[in-house]
Ligand binder design. Structure first.
Ligand SMILES: *Cc1c(COP(=O)(O)O)cnc(C)c1O
Length: 459
């Protein structure tokens, strides 16, 4: 088989190829986004059945680096990175949770699955892309490129992932965060990992402007989602989903969207598998936005109103408002062109959820055993709407991408259950304060259980 190889190419359609070990974020000719293009003919040198067998053999083993969900797909991700330069914390291979009770009780949707991508080293799915980016940087440094540090602007999860992978590799990290707009866990992670943490007096879009200037110096490497290397790690979510379904493709995949790198990445994963013959159809994608940071939703509505496909020209940037789903509070998403293409190709949909809808969806799903972050709540709330509207059918197989662990967003959960949000939290479950006298406590427990009824949940 020909050796797998890949290169950067502009999304503008320009045919020029650039090597993956070059420090390059945009097409030098047109300024368009770049994407990693793989030599699919080389990948076709192994039959689809042989790839599936290989991936199944590698799944979760210790043999370096294939036990990582990302690096088990090494040839499809970054074939030029040598194994010894891989910086992996064995990310990926996350649980595809059968959301049986939530699906059946609340949605009459028995074939509902939640891909728990937040059950990962730093608690969010950003680890998937960051292992690829930091490994590529380590490869470049090994080849003699003068890279002093890696930097990113972040709504929180990207900086946590970058700081962890940078620390694991011994590469200095600079993170630019919007002061006061991220959670304590998200701020503490890069601090603990020894990154240079810069808390800027601006929002995410403001941090993004600064980091783009900072990284005009080629010695400081840009780790933002504009960097198309990260997409290569994030796309392995799609590979894992079909692998976990014994190589069957679900009907729908829902993912919360902010900067829109992930909806593009998931589409890219499915598209490449289809082109090489590992799968024979594409799932329909749903990009789920918070109502207060919904520029893509608004664009989609414009196109729908005129009865045609979404186009880039439908889009207008906005100033994103404050939302509980802080990681998707983005008004001017950098991966817009890729996302538009991904949605059109997959007959995708854009839906939105209000603050109350996302918070209630989190609480409803949590009561069936999950522990969701607010972004996953946005996706669940959008799912509830699409099921109610009949767009998603009762027999459809649906996967919701859970993007972060709920433990990173405890402030939000506490505010909901303690009734401190500016709307009625109808599913709040507060701690009941009791004394210490056993008979009294036991009496109160029985009364409380009786009040809850057979379902065992508060009325
Ligand atoms: C980054 C992130 C998203 C959104 O991904 P984009 O590629 O920016 O659209 C959603 N949820 C969480 C928890 C994230 O960290």
């Amino acid at each position: 088989m020909t050796r797998p190889r890949a290169w950067f190419q502009s999304v503008s359609g320009d045919p020029e190829r650039y090597p993956l070990n070059e420090v390059l974020y945009r097409d030098p000719k047109t300024g368009s986004l770049l994407e990693v293009v793989h030599d699919l003919d080389a990948l076709r040198g192994r039959t689809p059945a042989a790839w599936m067998r290989l991936f199944d053999e590698r799944y979760g083993r210790t043999s370096w680096p294939y036990g990582s969900g990302v690096w088990s797909k090494h040839e499809w991700v970054q074939p030029h990175v040598a194994k010894e330069n891989v910086v992996s914390l064995y990310e990926g291979n996350t649980n595809l949770f059968w959301a049986e009770r939530y699906g059946k009780q609340h949605l009459k949707l028995p074939d509902l699955w939640v891909k728990q991508c937040g059950t990962s080293h730093t608690g969010s799915f950003k680890d998937l892309g960051m292992t690829v980016l930091v490994s590529s940087v380590k490869q470049m440094i090994a080849e003699g490129k003068p890279i002093r540090a890696v930097a990113c602007a972040s709504t929180g999860d990207t900086s946590a992932a970058l700081a962890a992978y940078g620390a694991a590799a011994g590469i200095p990290v600079v993170v630019l965060l919007p002061r006061g707009k991220i959670t304590a866990a998200q701020l503490l992670q890069p601090m603990a990992n020894g990154a240079l943490v810069c808390a800027l007096d601006t929002d995410f879009d403001g941090c993004m402007r600064v980091v783009q200037r900072l990284t005009e110096d080629s010695g400081i490497y840009l780790a933002n989602s504009m960097n198309s290397l990260r997409v290569e790690g994030q796309k392995t979510i799609s590979f894992e989903i079909v692998q976990q379904f014994d190589w069957e493709v679900p009907d729908w995949v829902l993912v919360p969207g902010g900067n829109l790198g992930n909806v593009s990445a998931i589409a890219k994963g499915f598209a490449e598998m289809k082109e090489v013959g590992l799968i024979s159809k594409l799932p329909r994608l749903v990009c789920c936005q918070a109502e207060r940071a919904n520029p893509l939703y608004q664009a989609y509505q414009r196109a729908q109103g005129e009865g045609r496909d979404l186009e880039e020209g439908d889009f207008e940037p906005m100033v994103a408002g404050e939302t509980l789903a802080s990681a998707i509070r983005i008004g001017n998403p950098v991966s817009l062109p890729k996302a538009v293409r991904a949605l059109v190709r997959s007959r995708g949909i854009v839906e939105q959820a209000s603050e109350q809808e996302l918070a209630d969806a989190v609480a409803r799903a949590d009561r069936t055993g999950m522990f969701n972050c607010p972004h996953t709540g946005v996706a669940l709330a959008c799912l509830e709407k699409l099921v109610a509207r009949g767009t998603i059918g009762a027999d459809d197989r649906v996967v919701v991408i859970s993007t972060a662990h709920g433990l990173k967003f405890t402030e939000f959960k506490a505010a909901y259950h303690e009734g401190r949000l500016p709307f009625e939290a109808s599913l709040a479950n507060r701690a009941v304060e009791m004394g210490s006298e056993p008979d009294e406590v036991i009496g109160e427990i029985h009364r409380a259980l009786d009040a809850r009824g057979a379902a065992g949940v508060p009325a």
